[in-house]
Design a protein around this ligand. Structure first.
Ligand code: AMP
Length: 284
């Protein structure tokens, strides 16, 4: 496995691999890898000749009061994990390599409207602009055939698919299912921030999704009733503070009142200082 830090070097390496007839799968990450990331890499390795993983904590997608400075980082550990699942290239650029003129006053950004307004977009202004801008840059650098994203960040998947469509970017976007701990907690790099009590309290996210699916299985189709039941369950957990609970059309992300078509049920909850997200798709 190669670790590459420079854009030009990565472009050269990939150009040669593509000339030799290899397909390229790409997994963008912010590092501090866990089984969720590894599942994307394993699927990429199964389907493509070469797998490129980027590890870059992108300052552009963090708000001023968010956890950019303390976001966990460990390139040595990440590289060993990536190598263990057969990744061919880790791209780990410095911030200056990605944003040579600084990231705070970039002249060119990519903005997807509407889809970025609700859910995480509402509580994290500018977040998705940071994501779409960096992913666009990474797509231009790596030029992958297929890019793999986790369904854990369901809104991100929808936004990136929209961007790829709207800008005719030559990449196929594949969404990979959420990987969870055996007790239901969705894996996240941010889980390391949780104390023992908070780790227990964090189960309230997946429990509330289970409650929603039970209600749906019983025939409940009113989104407000389901949201209220989830809200009540989470409010009973003293360490949890709801950011949002959303029940939206699974494709357009439009708000839904009466559930008829597949819906995305997504939530963000602060457990202590740590903001966690989770979701499920109800197919109907
Ligand atoms: P991140 O490093 O948090 O930016 O995540 C990098 C990629 O891994 C994104 O496409 C995430 O959606 C995906 N990912 C993160 N956690 C999980 C998980 N628990 N299951 C599946 N994919 C995940």
């Amino acid at each position: 496995m190669r670790i590459v830090n420079k854009v030009d070097q990565l472009k050269d390496v990939i150009r040669q691999l593509k000339l030799a007839g290899n397909t390229v799968g790409f997994v963008p990450t912010m590092g501090y890898l866990h089984e969720g990331h590894l599942s994307l890499m394993r699927q990429a390795k199964q389907e493509q000749d070469i797998v490129v993983v980027s590890i870059f904590v992108n300052p552009l997608q963090f708000g001023p009061t968010e956890d950019f400075a303390v976001y966990p980082r460990d390139l040595a550990r990440d590289s060993a994990m990536a190598e263990s699942v057969g990744v061919d290239i880790v791209f780990a650029p410095e911030i200056e390599e990605m944003y040579p003129n600084g990231h705070s006053n970039l002249l060119t950004v990519v903005d997807v409207s509407e889809l970025t307004e609700g859910l995480c977009g509402a509580s994290r202004p500018g977040h998705f602009r940071g994501v779409t801008t960096v992913v666009n840059k990474l797509f231009n650098i790596v030029e992958p055939d297929v890019a793999y994203f986790g369904q854990k960040d369901a809104q991100q998947v929808a936004v990136i698919k929209q961007m790829v469509n709207d800008l005719n970017i030559n990449v196929k976007v594949v969404a990979v299912p959420i990987v969870r701990e055996s007790d239901g907690l969705a894996l996240s790099s941010r889980n390391v921030f949780l104390s023992k009590d908070e780790r227990q309290a964090a189960l309230i996210l997946s429990k509330s999704l289970k409650l929603a699916s039970t209600l749906l299985a019983e025939g409940e189709r009113n989104a407000d009733i389901i949201r209220s039941a989830m809200t009540k369950l989470i409010s009973d957990e003293p360490l949890a503070k709801i950011d949002y609970i959303a029940i939206n059309d699974a494709v357009t992300l439009a708000d839904v009142i009466n559930i008829e078509k597949p819906v995305l049920i997504a939530l963000a909850v602060k457990i202590g200082k740590t903001r966690l997200i989770d979701n499920m798709v109800w197919e109907g």
